[in-house]
Design a protein around this ligand. Structure first.
Ligand SMILES: C[S@@+](CC[C@H](N)C(=O)[O-])C[C@H]1O[C@@H](n2cnc3c(N)ncnc32)[C@H](O)[C@@H]1O
Length: 257
C-alpha cells in the first residue's frame, strides 16, 4: 500500500518554508550537475533529444539549466514549490502530481528523477516511481535516476547552512542519522531558524527517506523494463566534508527501441 502524498508531505521545507528555499538551495549550485545530466542524456538517448519530463522538480533549479536544451515538463506536487519553479521557469510546462502515480498520457525523450526520489520510502514506492518514469519515456529514450546515497554507505553527519538576502535570513542545521540500521529508511532532522525582518520562525522538520542498496535500485529499474547502467555523477555542489556519504553514481535507464 502506497502512503498518500499528504502523509509523505508533512514537510515544512516544501510548504511554509518555501519563501526561504532559495537560501538553502541556490539555483546556481545546480549548474555543474545539470551539465553532466545533459551530457549523460546525450550519450544515452537514441534519436531526437527535444523533450524532458522531471518528476518532483521542486523549485525547478536543476530544470532551469536543462530547459536551455530541452522543452521541459515539470511535475511537482507541492503548490508552494511548483510556484517557485513557475517563477524560475516560465517557459516550461508545470503540472501537479505524485511521482508514484502521475500519468500525463504522453512520452518524452528524457525523464529525470533527481533528489525528490529520496522520498520513496519502501521498495514498492521506489518501484512505482520507476514505473512512472518508464511509461513516460519513448522507445530509444532514457531516464536518469539520482539516489542521494546507497544503503551501506550512509553515515551520520551534521551540516550548518547559513544564508542572507535582503530582509530574509536562514540558519539551518541538517542532521542525518539512521534510527534503525536494519530497515531501509533513514532520517534527516532539519532545524530551521528563518528570519524576516524582526520576525523569527523556528521549525523542526523531520524528513524520513528511503535507503536502498545499489543492487536494489538496479534490480527494481530492470524489473520495470529499463536497460540499466551506473554512471559517475559530479558531487561539486556537496560539501567535501560529507561527500563520502553521498552516492557517486546515478542510474542511466534506457528504454529499448
Ligand atoms: C529537494 S526538493 C527538489 C529540488 C529540485 N531538485 C530543484 O532543482 O529545485 C524535493 C522535492 O520532492 C518533492 N516530493 C516529495 N515527495 C514527492 C512525491 N511523492 N512525488 C513527487 N515529488 C515529491 C517535494 O515536494 C520537493 O519539492
Amino acid at each position: 500500500m502506497l502512503a498518500a502524498y499528504g502523509a509523505v508531505m508533512a514537510m515544512a521545507l516544501y510548504d511554509r518554508l518555501a519563501p526561504w528555499y532559495h537560501l538553502l538551495d541556490p539555483a546556481p549550485d545546480h549548474e555543474p550537475e545539470a551539465a553532466q545530466l545533459l551530457e549523460t542524456f546525450r550519450d544515452a538517448i537514441v534519436g531526437t533529444r527535444e523533450t524532458l519530463l522531471e518528476l518532483g522538480a521542486g523549485a525547478g533549479n536543476t530544470a532551469s539549466f536543462l530547459a536551455r536544451a530541452y522543452a521541459c515538463t515539470l511535475s511537482e506536487p507541492s503548490d508552494a514549490m511548483r510556484a517557485l519553479s513557475e517563477a524560475r521557469n516560465p517557459g516550461s510546462v508545470h503540472v501537479g502530481g505524485d511521482m508514484r502515480s502521475v500519468r500525463l498520457d504522453r512520452r518524452f525523450d528524457a525523464v529525470l528523477i533527481h533528489d525528490a526520489i529520496v522520498y520513496m520510502r519502501s521498495r514498492e514506492e521506489l518501484r512505482a516511481a520507476m514505473e512512472t518514469a518508464f511509461v513516460h519515456v519513448r522507445e530509444g529514450g532514457a531516464a536518469i535516476l539520482v539516489p542521494d546515497t546507497f544503503r551501506g554507505q550512509l553515515r551520520e553527519y551534521t551540516q550548518l547552512h547559513e544564508a542572507d538576502e535582503d530582509d530574509r535570513s536562514l540558519r539551518a542545521l541538517e542532521w542525518c542519522w539512521d534510527p534503525d540500521p536494519e530497515d531501509e529508511l533513514c532520517t534527516v532532522e532539519w532545524s530551521f531558524l528563518a528570519r524576516r525582518g524582526t520576525e523569527m520562525l523556528a521549525i523542526h522538520d523531520r524528513h524520513v527517506e528511503g535507503l536502498f542498496a545499489r543492487q536494489v535500485w538496479v534490480e527494481l529499474a530492470r524489473d520495470v523494463g529499463f536497460d540499466v547502467t551506473l554512471a559517475a555523477r559530479p558531487l561539486e555542489d556537496v560539501d567535501p566534508g560529507v561527500a563520502d556519504a553521498y552516492a557517486s553514481e546515478w542510474l542511466v535507464c534506457r528504454r529499448r527501441t
